[in-house]
Design a protein around this ligand. Sequence first.
Ligand SMILES: [Zn+2]
Length: 569
Amino acid sequence: MKFRHLALNTAAPLAGIAAFAAIAAPAAHADTLVDNVDGIRVDADGSVQRFGAILIDDDGRVEKLYRRGAKLPKDPDYQVDGEGRVLLPGFIDGHVHVSRVGFNAIGLDLSGAATMAEALNRIADYARRNPNKPWIIGRGWNEVVWGLGRLPTAAEIDAAVPDRPVWLIRADDHAGWANSAAMERAGITVATKTPDGGRIERGAGGKPTGVFVDAARQLVETKLPAPLPEERDIALLQAQDIFLKRGITSVADMGTTLLDWQSMRRQADLGRMQLRIVSYADGVDDMVTIAGPGPTPWLYGDRLKLAGLKLYLDGALGSRGAWLSAPYADAPDQTGLQRLSGTQLRNLMSRAAMDDFQVAVHAIGDAANAEVLDAVEEMKDNYPGDRRWRIEHAQVVNPADLPRFGSLGVVASMQPHHQVSDRTMAEARLSPDRLAGAYAWRSILAGGARLAFGSDAPVEVPDVFEGLADAITRQDANGEPFGGWQPQEAISREQALAAYTAGAAYAMGADGKFGTLAEGEWADFVFVTVDPLLASPAQLREGRVLSTWIAGRKVWSAQGNVAAPASGR
Ligand SMILES: [Zn+2]
């Protein structure tokens, strides 16, 4: 009405008439009713509401939820019969690396190799099948799984691929394994100095043996050929498929580069992006180049936004890069890597916060977590208001620091499956008595903090059912250990589901847009085979996604036959 008034009372320039016509034209109002569902919505606090039908408006937003047995609207424009299936809010993965998921899917994948011999076979086979690749690049190895008791060496790859450079990233993404040709190409010799924040594995006489940890990876990685833009695009679409298939409708991309962002924009411009991506830039330069003076607006119908900055304060436990307050139990001369000084950390956090970018800091060891919490505490007065400071992983925390997440308003972005995969390794690295604050989901929630769950894909498979089972049991798929590992830190089903939906949405500043199926939010949802609030842990692990819907449209189905998206909305 306001527009009509304006249009009639001005000199009616053409633009005004056009606007008037667009507003006043009878809206092609098309509602979709999805009925006969066993619907569950869960709020950030874990409170649950069951429903039997959902009405979606023409834009793809939730218009109304109906309790089972409630009177449903007659004659909706479209009707979908849910056949009594369980319907959940679309899953949100609070911590992934989108382009690496995609490149993994199209490159050499060593994950799942049970022995080094199997890994070496895969490497040789891949090299044979890709004779024109100048470098063999892969990832996913884990010498702990192989029972090796040491890190692998260049000589071992040389036996499989002697003539071309090979570079393989460890499963935890914190170390790389090179063959001799790669080290030669990178000019690495016994004289190569270890860079700050990194480690070069060395053998007799200080000769590098082939594994480069954290910042030392750069010695080789700066020599890798850059992927072509079209390869990036293919990888991005592969990653999107992987997430949609898992029922994941939104992700936080941790460490978006300018090249990643350009690929996301290219594909979204072409209408090929359905997945919602909230980006955290891979450093201040990328943040400023991508977004300029502040976070970008939500783009493409709330499918893409650069929200903040990703920083790394330490490394990972597996490669002894996590920064600990006391030496490693199994390496008494090491306390891990502090990758930023206290001053650097505060400067970078300030640089982001002063322009209203959100800050997400990777912190795994107890010293690293304490340092980020200290920094937030010192900066709170300068940067007041709702900042949603994030700590990524928060794996090993001094128990005295756990309540500070809540009191300082720091979001804990954690990955349930890390607890299960890392348990025995963490006990070796820290000794059991120092693990009281490890993977402490319940204590963090009890302190009033927000919890966001995710997978850290490609470090772990982005399987939400597995993550839910891990979170409520603290046991692996075989039920080990009996009774759960530090079972006092297990959380309820409702809390776990909330951390994978509303909690993760909150962590990325998307509350009110998606995550809970509240009226007015985007109708992002999944049909699944199990009720996560009733299924046994074993049934949960067997859970599967039947179809994935974003903005009220089916974007993936286990039965195939999903129409290609018509536009980028
Ligand atoms: Zn990560």
